[in-house]
Design a binder for this molecule. Structure first.
Ligand SMILES: [Zn+2]
Length: 220
């Protein structure tokens, strides 16, 4: 693997980020009052968003959220490890978001064409990629459920992605702060899916057991 450089020897990926930052600096100057207010006030995000690390699926873009509105956990395949699993990154953010920031809506959002979900079906070198190998095991329950359902091949990945999101809602309930908040009616949890081809969100509707367009649900 070689690193792409321009004629002056600058790494092109970094050059891109520097130029992007230059454009952001102009925006910062234009919206200075807003950005300053972010720095002064404590953050008060509307949602805890648990989504995939996939660079193509940008939570703030698909919800038109401004800085300060989404408290995000992003990891491969939008995993919520169960509370007793050997991972504190997700649990710490859940406890901070709910306990300290007072967030009362938690969204777990999967997306179509998710490489993190597909990864379980591909060989992962156990020595060199031990972390990745262990991580994608969190997607196994959804794979097992959908494999047992005997669906046509072309539906399998998307159905696995949906089932995986629903399993992560179950895992959210293993955290006392979420479980107690939901039981008391203080917290709502939401299973969402971003369709990359359509550019549209859908949500699991527990009342009907079906996935429906988010806009359609909101209008119903
Ligand atoms: Zn993904």
């Amino acid at each position: 693997m070689t690193i792409e450089k321009d004629t002056r020897g600058t790494d092109l990926d970094i050059k891109d980020a520097i130029e992007g930052h230059e454009r952001f600096r102009l925006q910062f100057e234009r919206d200075k009052a807003f950005f300053k207010s972010l720095a002064i006030k404590k953050q008060k995000p509307r949602l805890l968003w648990i989504g995939c690390a996939d660079s193509r699926v940008v939570p703030a873009q698909i919800t038109s959220a401004d800085p300060g509105e989404l408290f995000e956990i992003r990891n491969i395949a939008n995993v919520v490890p169960p509370a007793d699993a050997a991972d504190d990154a997700v649990g710490a953010a859940i406890e901070y978001g709910v306990g300290h920031l007072g967030i009362d809506d938690i969204v777990v959002c999967g997306h179509t064409h998710c490489g993190g979900i597909q990864a379980l079906l591909e060989p992962i070198p156990p020595g060199r990629e031990a972390h990745l190998g262990r991580w994608v095991e969190f997607t196994r329950p959804a794979h097992q459920l959908i494999a047992a359902a005997g669906l046509p091949q072309e539906e399998r990945l998307t159905e696995t992605i949906k089932a995986h999101v629903q399993f992560q809602l179950d895992n959210l309930m293993t955290y006392a702060i979420v479980r107690e908040g939901v039981a008391a009616g203080r917290i709502n949890v939401h299973a969402w899916l971003y369709d990359m081809d359509a550019g549209a969100l859908s949500a699991y509707d527990p009342a009907t057991g079906e996935w429906r367009g988010l806009l359609e649900m909101a209008g119903a």
